[in-house]
Write a new protein. Structure first.
Length: 453
């Protein structure tokens, strides 16, 4: 977005909407309406046009209570683990950061004994009575279908014995779905996320099967199975945006038209094919397209219609709750990921990366390693994050992407969040209560995000 009408510091963001002038306070993610005189004075202070600083204009003396004080979090009890049950895939997507699930190693399948021990370890290490989330990842997890069908009821039975309720997540390309799978996902509390990149021409160019054929028609077959046998608690679409992607609104409209409960975009920042990875020069165009999608969603919401654009709705929900966090997600904290042999890593994107190895399912997670992870990656301990007004909404970015690529998209993220702040203030005036909550019964955006990116 343009700098016109906005001013920033590491703690404050001044912005405008059609309703007037506003101030976003980073600590606590708070939004205030302000008058024109204060807005002008803050702009002068934030742009260095006056000797008076913004804090003094607001009557702040530096002694106020902070919601985030710069101290790293202590490792909490683990409440979510994803199982990389099939480190192999039946597809050959050129942008796949996971090397078709192999992560630079050999293809392998998780034994049932490892999955059982992971469930037992999760229960043992969890807080008493905690709700637990078990995810299934790959590669393509349905290549190990028998394990999934065995371990889901096992987890539920063990949870009943120990007073823990289990929820489940599965990320799939949907080309191998069967009637039995659809029934399992209907009968148990599942979030199912399908990877699909748009209409047939776009999807099949980016997501071919290993035999070179397109995958789109197989995804439709999977959706028909859900229509016939019942849907999971939440059915989402994940779209990978490469530097070749165009017309995001057309992609979004198409996938929402297929009946997904949520459609979200994820940028391909890390890819084995540099021709597909999003580059710095792509961000300005992508931001315009993202805001165009946001405008469509905003228009639909303002007249009471559903339009499940996940990136936009999640941002509104985070702003509405006043989300303020010093980390991007629960990776290495309450969430870990187990590889096929049972070693534990910070998240599913960091499987088999020794820099993020955090224990194993037999001895448990290493709290000292997790503590060092949280100390080093607190957003106030990192440059340039500590100087950014958006740091407590962003959290510093994906650990995997930062490790492999750095932070090329900071301006893109700030531009998107500034747009969302403006949209939030205007939508709040239309419907101040209940506008931003999801309609599904499994709304846990922070949990879903850890298995989705």
């Amino acid at each position: 977005m343009s700098d016109s009408g906005s001013a920033t510091s590491s703690e404050l963001k001044r912005f405008d909407s059609s309703l007037g002038h506003h101030l976003f306070v980073a600590d606590g993610s708070r939004i205030f309406d302000i008058d024109a005189a204060l807005a002008a004075a803050l702009d002068d202070a934030l742009h260095g046009r006056t000797t008076r600083d913004a804090s003094s204009l607001l009557g702040l003396d530096g002694a106020e209570r902070r919601w985030i004080d710069g101290n790293p979090a202590a490792p909490p009890p683990v409440s979510a683990i994803s199982l990389n049950v099939a480190q192999v895939c039946n597809m050959a997507c050129g942008y796949c950061y996971a090397d078709e699930g192999r992560f630079g190693g050999k293809a392998r399948i998780m034994p049932l004994s490892v999955a059982r021990q992971t469930v037992d370890r999760l229960i043992e290490d969890a807080a008493p009575g905690a709700e637990l989330l078990l995810g299934f990842m790959g590669g393509e997890p349905l290549l190990n279908r028998a394990l999934i069908h065995e371990i889901v009821p096992y987890a539920v039975r063990q949870g009943v014995l120990t007073g823990h309720r289990f929820r489940f997540s599965l990320t799939t390309n949907a080309t191998l779905l069967t009637e039995a799978d659809a029934i399992l996902f209907r009968e148990f509390p599942f979030i199912v996320q399908i990877s699909i990149d748009g209409p047939p021409d776009i999807n099949d160019a980016q997501r071919p099967l290993r035999n070179g054929q397109g995958s789109y028609r197989h995804v439709l077959d999977g959706l028909r199975l859900f229509a016939q046998h019942g849907r999971p608690g939440q059915l989402s679409a994940r779209v990978t945006i490469t530097r070749k992607s165009r017309n995001l609104l057309g992609i979004l409209d198409h996938l929402i038209g297929l009946g997904f409960d949520d459609v979200g975009f994820s940028l391909a920042l890390v890819s084995p094919d540099p021709k597909l990875a999003v580059q710095v020069e792509d961000f300005s165009g992508l931001l315009r397209e993202m805001m165009g999608c946001g405008e469509k969603c905003r228009s639909e919401l303002s007249v009471g219609r559903s339009y499940p654009f996940g990136n936009f709705l999640t941002a509104l929900e985070e702003i509405h709750r006043g989300t303020h966090r010093p980390y991007p997600c629960g990776a290495g904290a309450a969430y870990l990921s187990a590889n096929a042999e049972g070693r534990l890593y910070a998240c599913h994107r960091l499987v088999d990366d020794d820099a993020f190895l955090m224990g194993d399912i037999w001895r448990g997670s290493d709290d000292r390693v997790r503590q060092r992870h949280l100390e080093r990656r607190h957003v106030d301990q990192m440059d340039p994050c500590r100087r950014c007004w958006a740091r407590y909404l962003c959290g510093g970015g994906s650990y995997h992407e930062v490790a492999k690529r750095g932070r090329p998209g900071c301006d893109f993220i700030r531009g998107w969040l500034e747009y969302c702040l403006m949209a939030y203030t205007e939508l709040s005036a239309v419907s101040p209560h209940g506008l931003f909550g999801r309609q599904d019964g499994l709304n846990a955006a922070s949990d879903i995000a850890i298995f989705a990116s």
